[in-house]
Design a protein around this ligand. Sequence first.
Ligand code: ATP
Ligand code: MG
Length: 349
Amino acid sequence: GVVAARQRSAELEELIRQNPGRFRVLTGDRPTGRLHLGHYFGTLHNRVRLQRLGVETFLIIADYQVLTDRDIADRLDEHVEDLLLDYLAAGIDPERTTIFAHSAIPALNQLLLPFLSLVSVAELGRNPTVKDEIAHSRQSAVSGLMFTYPAHQAADILFCKANLVPVGQDQLPHLELTRTIARRFNDRYGSDAAPVFPEPDALLSAAPLLLGTDGAKMSKSRGNAVSLGATADETARLIRGAKTDPDRHVTYDPAARPEVSSLVLLAALCLGRDPHDVAADIGGKGAAALKATVTEAVNEHLAPLRDRRAHYAQDLGYVRRILRDGNEIANEVAQTTLDEVRAAMKTLY
Ligand code: ATP
Ligand code: MG
């Protein structure tokens, strides 16, 4: 579970430091709204850091995945634009990172078919993240896509043979399935000497599960998020309304006090401080003082990002071109992998 993944992430950080060239990153987001603080500290910050260390990076806009928990993908263009703006504002460099949308990559999607043959219905059904998403779903009925999207995500990761996936905690079951699919494909169709796919690792950050203003996982589509592009005033209002608990004395204790601790952690990450120290400074001053600290820290930390976001929003032609160019690169990579898969499976037609 999470403890093992955290430990593995610490080991990976050391390996990345030693040899960034060994790694290839794939990670991404659903175009369902603006990115928020959970994305930023859960994965986006790591993506930018890895890119700067020279790790080859692919960034997927998972548009088919929008349809897992709703019947139609409304305002898709706007949501895709929002993601691109958030990426650029956060420091993703399109010269070094390939940004693409999976619906634009037919060969990637074709990998889903052999991959589905490698997993059982029971395995798909017991995925805890899928269960949670079904509980929050806006769909009229639970679709087959909801159960199969983790296998689709394996195709997203493996089409470019990524071995490192910076994600939040909710993605751990999906990563486990991706590893299973890679292993079974290699066992069935590869040779020990030449496995077709790597078994990718999840890379967790210091905030693998940031909570939203209602105390549940901060999510784009649950109305509990502080988005990166929000104004300073909106940020203040949202954080003022965040759920805390009756204990006036502020402490950092994620297991016992998840809501208060998530706020403390948020301030600590923005300030580059230890969360225990941040909590100790506030102590008996209470939740209102905590929220004031968080608001100021977030607004200060995000100010340059928000300026850059506004700057890129002036040139949406450029922003759109980035996606077109990225799609072209991803298509070439996907075709190469699909050819290899077909050769290994001996599907010749
Ligand atoms: P939606 O509600 O539409 O599913 P989301 O906020 O869950 O949106 P996703 O696009 O599903 O965002 O997730 C993108 C990435 O961000 C994943 O790696 C996920 O683990 C990570 N992430 C999302 N929310 C959080 C959070 N609250 N804390 C840490 N990481 C998060
Ligand atoms: Mg999600």
